[in-house]
Write a protein that binds this ligand. Structure first.
Ligand code: ATP
Length: 455
């Protein structure tokens, strides 16, 4: 198999050029590590989120959805331990004036490693580590001094715990059951970077799965494999994914076991998702601080207990980056270099492009009719500008799995060609059968062509 051609620079440049991701506030010189998602970025991100919702809600009956507020009662963060413990150790280098996370020095350019020092100075001179809280603070009320301090949530999970009682009442669920949510989180990260891998504002997809304490270990294992499956089902190469268990020092304040799903990014193996066994820490803490009972009463078994929690927590932006990295490919077609995103069809921003071969002879009219029909079914795009080869390349570059071409023959027998992004095969097919064929292909199993021919 040829070596992977992808680098982070290529992803940054492709996504900017094709309107997936823009550096934020660029006309004012940019704001470090802040990004805006453009048209194809929004479509891609929505597909990632839709697939997550699908796996959590549509394919199961033990999980319900939530969309909680970003700003919650400030006591939330006392109870959750974030005010006290959601800190990273910060060190400054007196020589190079850069700031680092002490626990990630190995990955940084500094870290008393003269050869890696950005300014090639002989020796870095690091301060002692200071703990730095990652929560963004703001105030409620128009006058800052009189307002009460609140926080932008650093994780979506706490909104779920605060609603636990509501869900017991309205959903009548009995553990094991889960509450899932997708939403923005904010962290005043010391070191950001690597594009959308680590930013201060990002989206999370989190599930809190409540279980009877004695079933926790079994459910932890179940969720580890369910989450690995989700990525591979959506085409991520299995040899670029792994599970890594945290050792004792690495565990968060709330967790007694955590494993990370890691992906082999161009920056090396890095966390994509954390799957934590949180015990009864959160419900017990919120119960203590609120004075409300947060427990499940099993009247049949005559037993009451605080459920234990398994939490798979993934970043939308990081997952999107992994899909892009895994899909990025370059090859040669008709002596021309081609950049192609080999995305799983259900993740691809555009499913089908409709292209008239020439801009005359009634082809554009016929093509736009086909386009209007297909867009009822899937996200489609119409393009009549430039040579057909260029238009195929444009679609390949944004990962569109199929292209429909309307040509001279279409006018005679109402058939079109259906081109496949990965195999380049072109099938002749009746216009009337197109919709069904595209839906059939969307449902069919898909395997990354980057894996080579052998299964
Ligand atoms: P890291 O060590 O990489 O900062 P973390 O262990 O602090 O991550 P968690 O608190 O477990 O992250 O959050 C769950 C998920 O949310 C992560 O696996 C990641 O996908 C995403 N995430 C966390 N922080 C960020 C961030 N600053 N930018 C983008 N995504 C993030």
């Amino acid at each position: 198999m040829p070596p992977d051609v992808v680098t982070m620079d290529k992803i940054v440049s492709l996504t900017k050029r094709r309107g997936f991701v823009f550096p934020s506030s660029e006309i004012y010189g940019g704001l470090g590590s802040s990004y805006d998602y453009g048209h194809y970025g929004v479509l891609l991100k929505n597909n990632v989120k839709d697939q997550w919702w699908r796996a959590m809600l549509q394919e199961r009956d033990d999980i319900v959805a939530l969309d909680s507020a970003i700003i919650q009662h400030p006591t939330t963060w006392k109870a959750s331990g974030h005010l006290e413990g959601f800190t990273d150790p910060l060190v400054d280098c007196r020589t190079c004036k850069l700031r680092f996370r002490a626990d990630k020095l190995e990955d940084s350019q500094c870290g008393r490693k003269p050869s890696k020092h950005p300014g090639e100075t002989p020796e870095c001179d690091l301060t002692e580590a200071r703990e730095f809280n990652l929560m963004f603070e703001t105030t409620i009320g128009p006058v800052k001094e009189e307002g009460s301090t609140v926080y932008l949530r650093p994780e979506t999970a706490q909104g779920i715990f605060l609603n636990f009682r509501n869900y017991l009442q309205f959903s009548r669920k009995k553990p094991p059951f889960g509450i899932a949510q997708i939403g923005k989180s904010f962290r005043n990260e010391i070191t950001t970077g690597n594009f959308i891998f680590r930013t201060r504002e990002f989206e999370q997809m989190e599930l809190e799965y409540f279980v009877p304490p004695e079933e926790a270990e079994q459910w932890f294992q179940t969720w580890l494999s369910a989450r690995m499956d989700w990525y591979t089902r959506l085409g991520i190469r299995a040899d670029h994914l792994r599970l890594r268990a945290h050792d004792a020092e690495e565990l968060s304040h709330y967790s007694s076991a955590t494993s990370d799903v890691e992906y082999l990014f161009p920056i090396g193996w890095s966390e994509l998702e954390g799957i934590a066994y949180r015990g009864d820490f959160d419900l017990t803490q919120h119960s203590r601080y609120s004075g409300q009972k947060l427990e499940y009463v099993d009247s049949v078994a005559g037993r009451r207990y605080v459920p234990h929690v398994i939490e798979p927590s993934a970043g939308v932006d990081r997952t999107m980056l992994a899909f892009l990295v895994d899909a990025y490919d370059e090859d040669e077609l008709e002596d021309e270099k081609r950049t192609v995103l080999r995305l799983h069809p259900s993740i691809a921003p555009i499913k089908v492009a409709v292209l008239p071969l020439v801009r005359k002879d009634g082809q554009p009219e016929l093509a736009s009719g086909v386009y209007r029909e297909l867009r009822e079914l899937v996200q489609a795009e119409y393009d009549e500008g430039g040579t057909i080869g260029r238009r195929y390349r444009r679609q390949d570059e944004i990962g569109t799995p199929w292209a429909v071409t309307i040509d001279h023959q279409t006018l005679e027998d109402r058939t079109v060609t259906l081109r496949d992004r990965d195999s380049i095969a072109q099938d002749r097919i009746a216009i009337d059968a197109l919709g069904e064929e595209i839906e059939r292909r969307l449902r069919a199993p898909w395997r990354s062509p980057k894996l080579g021919a052998s299964p």
